[in-house]
Design a protein around this ligand. Structure first.
Ligand SMILES: NC(=O)c1ccc[n+]([C@@H]2O[C@H](COP(=O)([O-])OP(=O)(O)OC[C@H]3O[C@@H](n4cnc5c(N)ncnc54)[C@H](OP(=O)(O)O)[C@@H]3O)[C@@H](O)[C@H]2O)c1
Length: 293
């Protein structure tokens, strides 16, 4: 199978390149393929003739999406619509990465794939519209909704991930203030990429929730980061009012992977194990220097 990965140098894209390494995937960064420019998509499809296109590209700075909804819809909806149309025309399947922000956060138990989306932010609405646009063109599509990603490669648009920001504050000795009123499923991109690989190998199209198992508040996540990294700083609990924001974010967006379970695919490790593996790999990539110096 020929696989093309759009957004190859992003957080998740980098780990997808590794997860599909045996297929020698065609990795596309924005200089080679910009999904907003249909001619670059056409060039990739005709030159490489992929059987599957994996799209991680998004405009996903939630605050920036509120300021520039036109950009959010251009990248997350219109460009995805065009990508799906061209995939359909060339006979390629599409795997598209979606978000927990398609939900309104009023639930008290994790959202499974049958839960009705009701996004509240420009980001969430544009991403959900992207999912719907795919359906317009393709039955051969996977939509993989994930949440709270942290990966070794970092995100070019959002800067250091949450784990890195907490560790940096620890090193600088600044007061660490984290919200207690937002709950989600933190997810290690390497685990998400490995799960995506098992989904593709099973070859059943549809919507999947793919996160590390379990959920926590951002405050609980920060406490666990410090515990695993051996830091003894205190994490001051605050509520979201402490960080005024333009976007309405879901207060509870934990996801549950019913499709994975129904297909008998392996469940992802717990988020605490995702964090442990992330910190271990982080140390290894820095030549064995532990998170705390
Ligand atoms: N990060 C999270 O916590 C999170 C949570 C839930 C869902 N998601 C979804 O997961 C996906 C991957 O997230 P991530 O954290 O891995 O993002 P990321 O690190 O920012 O990577 C996204 C990649 O897409 C590329 N890209 C952006 N706009 C593009 C365009 N118009 N054409 C082609 N490539 C473009 C970026 O290239 P440049 O570096 O050149 O800009 C970047 O390499 C996104 O679809 C996002 O909506 C993320």
């Amino acid at each position: 199978m020929r696989v093309a990965i759009v957004g190859r140098s992003g957080q998740l894209g980098s780990d997808l390149m590794s997860a599909f390494a045996d297929y020698e995937p065609i990795g596309m960064d924005r200089r080679l393929l910009d999904i907003e420019f249909p001619s670059t998509i056409a060039m990739m499809l005709s030159r490489h003739r992929p059987d599957l296109v994996i799209n991680t590209a998004a405009f996903h700075d939630t605050e920036a999406c509120e300021v520039r909804p036109d950009r959010a819809f251009a990248v997350n909806t219109i460009a995805v619509d065009g990508l799906a149309a061209q995939c359909a025309a060339s006979g390629a399947a599409l795997l598209h990465v979606g978000t927990d922000y398609v939900f309104d956060g009023r639930a008290t138990i994790p959202y499974d794939e049958s839960a009705p989306p009701n996004p509240m932010s420009a980001y969430g609405i544009s991403k959900y519209a992207g999912e719907l646009a795919i359906r317009r063109h393709l039955a051969e599509a996977y939509v993989i909704r994930t949440s709270g990603l942290f990966g070794l490669h970092g995100s070019s648009s959002k800067g250091p991930n949450f784990v890195e920001r907490i560790l940096a504050q620890l090193e600088q000795g600044t007061t660490i203030r984290v919200v207690t009123d937002v709950t989600f499923s933190p997810s290690y991109t390497r685990h998400v990429a490995a799960a995506i690989r098992t989904i593709v190998d099973r070859n059943v199209y549809g919507t999947y929730h793919v996160t590390n198992a379990g959920y926590c508040t951002w405050h609980e996540f920060a406490v666990e980061i410090l515990r695993q990294a051996g830091g003894d700083a205190r994490v001051t609990p605050v509520t979201s009012d402490a960080f005024p924001s333009l976007a309405r974010r879901p207060a509870f967006s934990a996801l549950r992977g019913d499709t994975i379970e129904r297909l008998g695919l392996p469940a992802l490790p717990a988020w605490q194990d995702g964090l442990r593996e992330y910190l271990r790999e982080r140390d290894r990539s820095r030549g064995g220097i532990s998170a705390l110096r």
